[in-house]
Write a protein that binds this ligand. Sequence first.
Ligand code: GMT
Length: 377
Amino acid sequence: MKIAIVCYPTFGGSGVVATELGIELANRGHEVHFITYRQPVRLALLNSNVHYHEVNVPEYPLFHYQPYELALSSKLVDMVKLYKIDLLHVHYAIPHAYAGYMAKQMLKDQGISIPMVTTLHGTDITLVGNHPNYKTAVSFSINKSDVVTSVSQSLKDATYELFDIKKEIHVIPNFIELVKHPLEYNSVCQRSTMAKQEERIITHISNFRKVKRIPDVIKIFDKIQKEIPAKLMMVGDGPEKVKAEQLCEKLGIIDKVIFFGNSNEIDSILSNSDLFLLPSETESFGLAALEAMAWRVPVISSNTGGLPEVNFEGVSGYLSNVGAIDEMAENAIKILRDIATLNTFKENALSVAKQFDIHNILPLYESIYYKAIEDSK
Ligand code: GMT
């Protein structure tokens, strides 16, 4: 198949999922065309099966807002015609499903029929998409998609609850490429550069938006480090980062916290970690938690959204109500206090992660693609 993938090229989860999906589809012999405004961060190599087409939005003084959707839909039409693409897969409804639908209509006008699969990722439904200024267009473009998928059952339920959706939504969970055993992994970032031998390594990775409840991460760590020698790795960047640094300063723990910013060493950091913290306000899936679990890192998370579908209570970690900092810290200490318990949670985290192996999940997308192409004939 020839598949065009539209996504955000940044460090956000939806872009990561779209990129990893495209790479694996290409490994399986499909021809994949990424169409976005920058080369996706996780897309290192282009080859005969992996192409990247940049969407350029020319500047013009009259524009207060650059018309990205217009440029994207034009580019989609041009690329579909040039490469004879069979299917569009758009990740994140805003504005990709809308631009994809416009491209479909323009192509239809030229006698070309192409199906569009829209994958809902989370904030495109729960936070941004639900805003009254977007809701009408988001509902419209979801309903006009040929196939709609969501990354968790919880997100599917939220979509039906928040929007007037007439289409069936297929749940296809996010996935992970399982990694080598941490001891076999030749970590670029050595453990000794992060913590002393006797210290536990606790990690948080996100885009530091309010929804991630960054102050909770720091407060939970503060409580843990009072009981157990530990260091906190804060990976990522975003609007809450400066406040996070100030809070660490205020609590007197700045020397126990490393702020990495956006890092390409995520595997190295996770391979050395003992615990992952994800106390988010809402999380449609929690890909960062799954990535940690694939490195045998247990997870302390909130029990919101799709997190209970990924982090299994008492098995791969623990889940608490949003904001229950004391309970999260107590659970973390329960996991970290003795090595036997920690090792059990580590093995369990990996077993749960195995259920989301990319090789199990990818065929679900493939069969949806084949059916969509068949139905569009
Ligand atoms: O919240 C993020 O970290 C980024 C955001 C995105 O759309 O890029 O993530 C959403 O999609 C991810 C991939 O499907 C999910 O794992 C995240 O849970 C989801 N974020 C939220 O729902 C807040």
